[in-house]
Write a protein that binds this ligand. Structure first.
Ligand code: HEC
Length: 107
């Protein structure tokens, strides 16, 4: 009986948490341009990197690993504030090369 209650509680709590996992596409585009494109443009330190540079799965892996390129440095705080990352991730995944709305520029 207790286990059932716990399971129910876990499910009820897990739903809003999962929903929060979704960032904003619009904010993500803005933050991506602001935070990432400082270096990720032609001739920039990081070279060209657009949503199209990777598939949705590849982007997921980049953000799940939580670190940046070969240097293995965490994205935050050096490359973007912690609060921007979920939105940037959402934008990049939504417009990845195999997404329904691929997008090159990000601006
Ligand atoms: C201060 C400059 C700088 C900023 C800002 C920056 N990057 Fe980078 N990035 C680099 C450099 C330099 C490399 C290549 C060296 C390496 O792999 O560490 C790189 C590599 C990467 C790679 C690996 C290359 C690949 O094709 O897989 C990814 C992914 C990446 N950056 C994503 C991002 C994202 C997303 C942001 C914004 C949150 C960002 N970077 C912000 C400089 C930057």
């Amino acid at each position: 009986m207790r286990i059932l209650t716990l399971l129910t509680l876990a499910t009820v709590l897990a739903i809003p948490l999962a929903a929060q996992e979704k960032g904003s596409d619009t904010k993500g585009k803005f933050y991506y341009q602001k935070d990432c494109k400082i270096c990720h443009v032609a001739g920039g330190k990081g070279g060209v990197l657009t949503p199209l540079s990777k598939t949705q799965n590849q982007w997921k892996k980049v953000f799940d690993a939580g670190n940046h390129g070969k240097s293995q440095e965490p994205f935050s705080p050096k490359f973007a504030p912690e609060g921007h990352l979920l939105h940037i991730k959402t934008f990049l995944i939504n417009h990845a090369s195999d997404s329904p709305q691929p997008e090159t520029c990000g601006g």
